[in-house]
Design a protein around this ligand. Structure first.
Ligand code: TYD
Length: 203
């Protein structure tokens, strides 16, 4: 499919502030007259709903079945949402994408590079990946104490340390690592500095 828009993925462990930063960036881009689509994974589709059921009993599937669910969810997300939006010239901001699969399912024993290669067979490579970085203890604190949520099976501190290590090791010229420990406005300013380079291409 022809690609006229731009795809920016936000990645990082739980509690890094991806959702807040997507909202802030979307607001700025819309003010500049761009057509912005915000979306997220896991999706609300058939596979995404199955994934959410795993939050309380991740052990009910094998690591292979879990990986397959995330790939199926993404295939549907790309076909139904991301590819049409890019073809229509929109700026697509996604809250998680295949780097999350590399890190989270990589942490269960799959090879992160193989996961990336399998995704790039069907998923558009993002123009930029904003990788928000916070220490695992702070991410967990934000989820538990600030949001008042109970950690789901994907958010336990031990496995999350492995997830964070894989995120830290991922390489790619599209990856921008940003310190997510500051306040929302501070982090937003860092996001803006990085995404600025993409926007001449839209004029
Ligand atoms: P999260 O962004 O926290 O979504 P929600 O708003 O529904 O809580 O993502 C849910 C969990 O799914 C998160 O802990 C990471 C995990 N995940 C994977 O393990 N692999 C993936 O490919 C994706 C997209 C998410």
């Amino acid at each position: 499919m022809e690609r006229k828009g731009l795809l920016i993925a936000f990645e990082g462990i739980d509690g890094t502030g991806k959702t807040t930063q997507i909202e802030l960036l979307a607001e700025v881009l819309r003010q500049r007259g761009l057509s912005v689509l915000t979306t997220r994974e896991p999706t609300d589709g058939q596979y995404g709903r199955k994934i959410r059921e795993l939050y309380k009993n991740r052990k009910s599937v094998t690591p292979e079945e879990e990986l397959t669910l995330f790939l199926d969810d993404r295939r549907e997300h790309v076909a139904q949402v991301i590819a049409p939006a890019l073809a229509g010239g929109q700026v697509v901001l996604t809250d998680r994408y295949y780097y999350s699969t590399a890190a989270y399912q990589g942490a269960t024993g799959h090879d992160p590079q193989k996961i990336i290669a399998a995704n790039e067979l069907f998923a558009p490579v993002p123009d930029m990946v904003i990788m928000l970085d916070v220490p695992v203890s702070l991410g967990v604190h934000r989820v538990q104490k600030l949001r008042g949520e109970i950690l789901n099976d994907f958010e336990q501190e031990g496995p999350l340390a492995r997830v964070a290590r894989i995120f830290a090791e991922l390489k790619g010229s599209n990856i921008r690592r940003i310190d997510g420990t500051g306040g929302a406005r501070t982090v937003h300013a860092l996001v803006m500095e990085n995404v600025a380079e993409l926007f001449p291409a839209l004029r």
